[in-house]
Design a protein around this ligand. Structure first.
Ligand code: GLC
Length: 814
């Protein structure tokens, strides 16, 4: 693979050239502190929320040159040189970009190690975020590979943002005026601080402190960026380093701030030296001082690195393990997609090198992320379910998201949000058997949204609690809202948008309806009926089956265009995603969800729909979101028609939606198609990384679609995407088909016919099931023989043994 490779165990991705086609990044994080880092140490850190508490500076265009970051400049004055000529470099290639003699970046689970060699000095920096602490640690080893003594000047360096990223983007030169950065002589560290926290008229005291420290002997320090860089320079050409003019600036007040130390390190022939750099943010200074004291102790820092590595390994490797004829598939499923699902669960969709970093977490994204993680960490799902449920109002609507620092998002709900939590709760109960969660009491939300399209601007203060009810009641209200909030065809109103955020004008006039949302509603109504059966509420169960049937009939009547399902209706009643519409004729969502919801099966249309998808949406880089792309602005649909053809929601290969289809293929028994489609999207199966450009170890939100004028196949918006969750579920629950169910583990693989043997190690309800799947006749689906510990089992369900032991399951397809 050009630019890098996986380690033999698949748990590291080793980048072998510093200038990859785009920054290839990693997330070093616990659930409060997060550092995003590229292969050359570019990126930023934040504390609790990537908008309100950004620590390091970063801006969207930095994606192109991947600076600033977490750097260590090195400088060596050649002994005896007349005019003090110096060699200068940066240990991570960036920002000076001097050509290294060797370079390697190893992105691992919870750490990144960047190694380089310059002028006979090898350096290795391992960056990590300790499991439970509000800081990051850089563990550095320098080795003198030569036989002469070396005297190096070292300059660990970061650039502060400190505070609200959005305000910074809008009012940078005003935000700088609040800056105070200073060297604390007594504690030998640099503080990063702002006088106040300012969001619109919401002004608060800034109680958090950034801090930067090292265990090196500090000989100098700089806090003022302008003074450090020199006139008209960037961090690629800092005058202090290049010209040797470093001057102490112990206080930065009201201007751009940095943190940089000067240290001198002497290395004898073949000698090594280890040291640490610590960066973090805490509420108040006392905690920061404790962290600095702790991690300045090299032994402690090293121990913390080992603990962090062990924790991530346990999280990722200690659960589902698959073995198939496809090694790339196994690498993704056993390590990287799980890791990506974890990161999505921790930080949702906001912090990345692509996203706008608006902070907080989205409602629908969180529901899907926490559903996906429930087979590897059901406790996390449980917590998330109860939190998300507390965003539901008594009228059944949901707040669109929340932030850990500023609470529930107080704007209009998307009309699809109401259907997602039911699916997550169902999966969680199937996974754990914990139906008691339905009886948990959860508060209702009272906030600015007062129903319909209105926001009550007179409501002061934050969200409030509006009494409480059981989780079951919350879900029921959620679904009833969606069931009743319909247009003239009886299909749900699309309002501000549905799953597709960019169809944001079709329902502006409160009339546009969504066929996709109707299908998704059917699925959740059916799921809720199943939950009613669990709680023994027979009448309600019947009521929800009836509701599901009613909506199914409406979709099959109003939403069918003869060969596929229409996408929706605009405010003025025009159907789109249909033959008669000149662009955007066929959308994948309504075909995939017709199968996922059972709507297509109810009308005997499954095969017709699948054919239409093959014919119009498939291509060499995967399944497109729709066809054809919009070439001109459609005011009746909105933003979807504004993106460049083939990008984002305008007919990209939108991997999240493509995985809806992959699950649909599996439900329909099409193993070969499911696998083919899956392979085209896999980041480690791309044919040309100069075309694909993105990281080969995590999924992209989309690949640029076939109608792009020149970028077809380019991976975009990596890491924080619902793709990871659906890819994981598609692979484990559907393709390999070892699937949670209320009564036990369903064994229902849907394989590519040339997979003759595969296995899944599946922890389930306290036991471990080692499932061997055999496919001697090369079929795609259909278990004909099933045994549990050698005893034949009828049907396809393994009931949990419940003894906490490992059990052997053998399934033969035929
Ligand atoms: C992004 C959003 C997701 C949305 C999708 C389609 O991935 O995070 O919530 O469903 O785009 O618009």
């Amino acid at each position: 693979m050009k630019y890098g490779r996986f380690s033999a165990d698949g748990l590291e991705f080793i980048v072998t050239q510093p200038e990859t086609p785009a920054p290839w990044i990693n997330y070093l994080t616990n659930d409060r502190y997060c550092a995003i880092i590229s292969q050359t140490a570019g990126g930023y850190s934040f504390y609790r929320d990537c908008r309100t508490d950004r620590i390091l500076r970063w801006a969207p265009d930095y994606k192109n040159f991947d600076r600033p970051g977490r750097y260590i400049y090195a400088r060596e004055v050649k002994s005896g040189a007349k005019n003090k000529k110096a060699s200068v470099w940066s240990l991570t290639y960036q920002p000076l970009r001097v050509k290294p003699d060797s370079f390697e970046c190893r992105h691992g689970l919870g750490y990144t190690t960047i190694a380089s060699r310059y002028y006979g000095i090898t350096s290795e920096i391992t960056y990590f975020v300790p499991a439970h602490e509000d800081c990051e640690v850089w563990l550095v080893t320098l080795t003198n590979d030569t036989n002469r003594e070396r005297r190096l000047e070292l300059y660990p360096y970061v650039e502060w943002l400190m505070g609200d990223y959005h305000e910074e983007l809008r009012y940078r030169n005003i935000m700088n005026l609040y800056n105070r950065m200073w060297f604390d002589e007594a504690h030998r560290l640099i503080w990063g601080w702002k006088t106040a926290f300012w969001q619109g008229m919401n002004i608060k005291e800034f109680k958090n402190y950034g801090f930067f420290a090292t265990d090196l002997d500090v000989k100098g320090c700089a806090t003022r960026k302008a003074a450090f860089l020199g006139r008209y320079n960037t961090d690629e050409k800092p005058e202090s380093i290049l010209e040797g003019t470093f001057t102490d600036t112990a206080l930065c007040s009201g201007e751009d701030g940095i943190a940089c130390f000067k240290s001198i390190v002497k290395l004898g022939a073949k000698q090594s030296k280890e040291f640490v750099v610590i960066l973090g943010e805490t509420e108040g200074q006392a905690q920061a001082l404790k962290l600095v004291a702790k991690y300045r102790d090299l032994g402690h820092a090293k121990k913390a690195l080992e603990e962090t590595k062990a924790l991530w390994r346990q999280r990722i490797c200690g659960n589902i393990v698959v073995k198939t004829p496809d090694k790339d598939f196994d690498t993704m499923v056993n390590a990287w997609v799980k890791y990506q699902v974890y990161i999505c669960n921790l930080w949702s969709r906001s912090p990345s090198f692509y996203h706008e970093g608006s902070g907080g977490r989205g409602y629908r994204d969180s529901c899907q992320d926490s559903e996906a993680i429930c087979s590897i960490n059901p406790d996390l799902t449980r917590k998330r379910i109860l939190h998300v449920a507390s965003l539901i109002r008594r009228d059944g609507t949901s707040a669109p998201g929340w932030s850990d620092t500023s609470g529930p998002a107080a704007h209009r709900p998307n009309k699809d949000h109401q259907i997602w939590l039911t699916a997550t709760v169902r999966s969680y109960i199937q996974e754990t058997g914990d139906a008691a969660i339905l009886k948990e009491y959860v508060p209702y939300l009272k906030d600015k949204w007062v129903g319909g399209w209105e926001i009550d601007r007179n409501v002061n203060g934050g969200a409030q609690i509006d009494g409480e009810g059981t989780l079951f009641e919350h879900l029921e209200k959620n679904l009833n809202f969606c069931f009743n909030d319909v247009g003239e065809r009886g299909l749900p109103l699309i309002g501000h948008a549905d799953w597709n955020d960019a169809i944001d004008a079709a329902g502006k006039g409160h009339k546009g309806e969504s066929v996709w949302l109707a299908q998704a509603l059917v699925r959740s109504l059916r799921f809720f009926a199943e939950l009613c059966a669990l709680t023994g509420e027979k009448d309600k169960e019947q009521e929800f089956w009836n509701k599901a049937r009613t909506v199914t009939e409406r979709v099959n009547e109003a939403g069918w265009d003869g060969e596929w399902y229409t996408r929706g209706f605009t405010d003025d009643g025009r159907a789109y995603g249909t033959k008669a519409y000149d662009e955007g004729k066929i959308f994948i969502n309504t075909q995939a969800w017709a199968v996922l919801s059972g709507v297509a099966q109810a009308a005997g249309r499954e095969e017709t729909v699948l054919k239409a998808v093959d014919r119009y949406l498939d291509g060499k880089h995967g399944l497109a979101l729709f066809y054809p792309a919009f070439r001109k602005f459609r005011p009746e649909l909105g933003r979807i028609s504004m993106f460049s053809e083939g990008t984002k929601e305008n007919a990209a290969i939108f991997c999240h939606a493509a995985h809806f289809m992959i699950v649909a293929y599996c439900m329909a028994g099409k193993g070969r198609r499911a696998y083919e489609s899956l392979c085209k999207l896999m980041p480690n199966k791309q044919k040309d990384y100069d075309v694909y450009k993105a990281e080969p170890y995590v999924y992209a939100e989309y690949l640029v679609g076939p109608e792009s004028p020149y970028r077809y196949g380019e991976g975009q918006f990596t890491w924080v995407t619902g793709t990871s969750g659906w890819a994981f579920m598609a692979a484990t629950e559907w393709l390999l088909g070892v699937r949670r169910d209320f009564e036990g583990l369903r064994i229902d693989p849907c394989l590519p016919p040339d997979w003759k043997k595969c296995s899944v190690r599946r922890p389930f309800r306290g036991d471990i099931y080692e499932v061997e799947i055999e496919n001697p006749n090369g079929v795609e689906k259909g278990v004909v023989e099933l045994t549990l510990d050698g005893h034949p089992v009828k049907g396809s369900l393994i009931k949990p043994v419940g003894d906490g032991k490992t059990h052997k399951v053998r399934a033969v397809l035929g």
